[in-house]
Design a protein around this ligand. Sequence first.
Ligand code: NAP
Ligand code: HSE
Length: 427
Amino acid sequence: MSVGIGIAGAGTVGGALLRRLVTDRAVVTARTGLDLEVRLVAVRDADKARPHQIPSRLITTDVMDLVTDDSIDLVVEVMGGLEPAGTLVLAALQAGKPVVTANKELIAARAPQLFAAAAASGVPLLFEAAVGGGIPIIRPLTETLAGEQVSRVMGIVNGTTNFILSAMTEQGWSYGDALAEAQRLGYAEPDPSADVSGADAAAKAAILAGLAFGVWVDPARVYREGIDRLGVADLAAAKRLGYVLKLLAVAERTPSGVLARVHPAMIPADHPLAAIRGATNAIFISGHAVGDLLFAGPGAGGDPTATAVLGDVIDAARELLSGSSVAPRIAFGLGEIASFDEVPTRWCLRLEVQDSPGVLARIAAVFGDAGVSLRSVWQDGRGDRATLIVVTHLAPEGSQRRALAGLEALDVVAEVAAAIRVEGDDS
Ligand code: NAP
Ligand code: HSE
């Protein structure tokens, strides 16, 4: 018996999935015993030329057809955005149709409502592709690590920004050229500001926090800084200190609750995450019994992401045909969200200062008054001006920010040119 698949979206991911479902149909059947038949594809523009041409009889421009058409057993949402994707996914679940999605923005923002609808209908809502592209990370977190007490999840979860930072550091590309190439290669979101602002990574951090700690974190409560304010001077400062600049996502359990944050970070050049280049993603999971696990692989791009979507489609189809629950059931609870201010962080600051007697003492006093101790200070003097690169010891984030505010108010500091956290350096 064949399973009728309806797909919303035939872009980078949907196009790659369509190719796989058509070209590999016999292979999938031979391996799984399932016959997956694409019966409807919803797109915005029915006349658009596509690398994989879709027979016109399969095309609709009304996504709700995937819900109302009785020949569709299973809905795949790879169009992105909150709407109309959200209405489609909710309606499909309420109609008793399993849903597979790659849409982290939607899952992160509406998890409680969508998983409640899936539970009420007794159908799966699967989203392996939503975090880490082709890397299996959702199943390990929800199944293999179900009995583990996870304390921290940290990683590189946005391929576009990692591609940009790698190209700027290693090939000397400009920010604009690197972003354009990431878009051409199909890594970037339909609106790439979601990548460079850290919003895409924040949605993924919220999902990882929810899965690791069982607490739904509203993505609006994820602390977020993007890479859009980084420049070559920051990359050069990182290199001089033996660090590499990455956009990191961190989800952690603190004494006062769960915290998720996304921001650029300097990490030691010999740290495993420093070797993660291009659109590759990597995610560290620290557990009480298992220790540290590292998951790495292609985090963006049509083909790797389609592999993750196809795996979910196969699981959902197996469940449809067997009538018994195969896929993981996920529930996000409510819990305390911690304040970032209490979490210990280490900072690297780049200051443009007056180069005259007593200046360093006044700067050191600002750190001291805020309760932040200094690990290293490097100075490059140029007549009456100098650049200071200061690395602090660990101190509560709130204390680091008090020091930053004090420096910004200090007359001898012309500019705080950069304030970037340092992670993974326990030396
Ligand atoms: P994309 O290339 O921009 O494709 C979006 C597709 O959705 C297009 O086919 C578009 O139709 C269709 N679409 C958009 N709005 C529509 C509407 N209102 N009605 C019907 N169809 C509509 O995007 P993508 O890169 O494939 O990303 C899709 C999803 O996968 C997003 O949630 C994204 O976050 C996620 N994802 C992407 C990647 C990646 O590497 N690209 C990786 C993991 C997850 P037209 O073709 O007619 O314009
Ligand atoms: N735009 C996303 C990225 C796609 O660059 O990582 C994968 O989710």
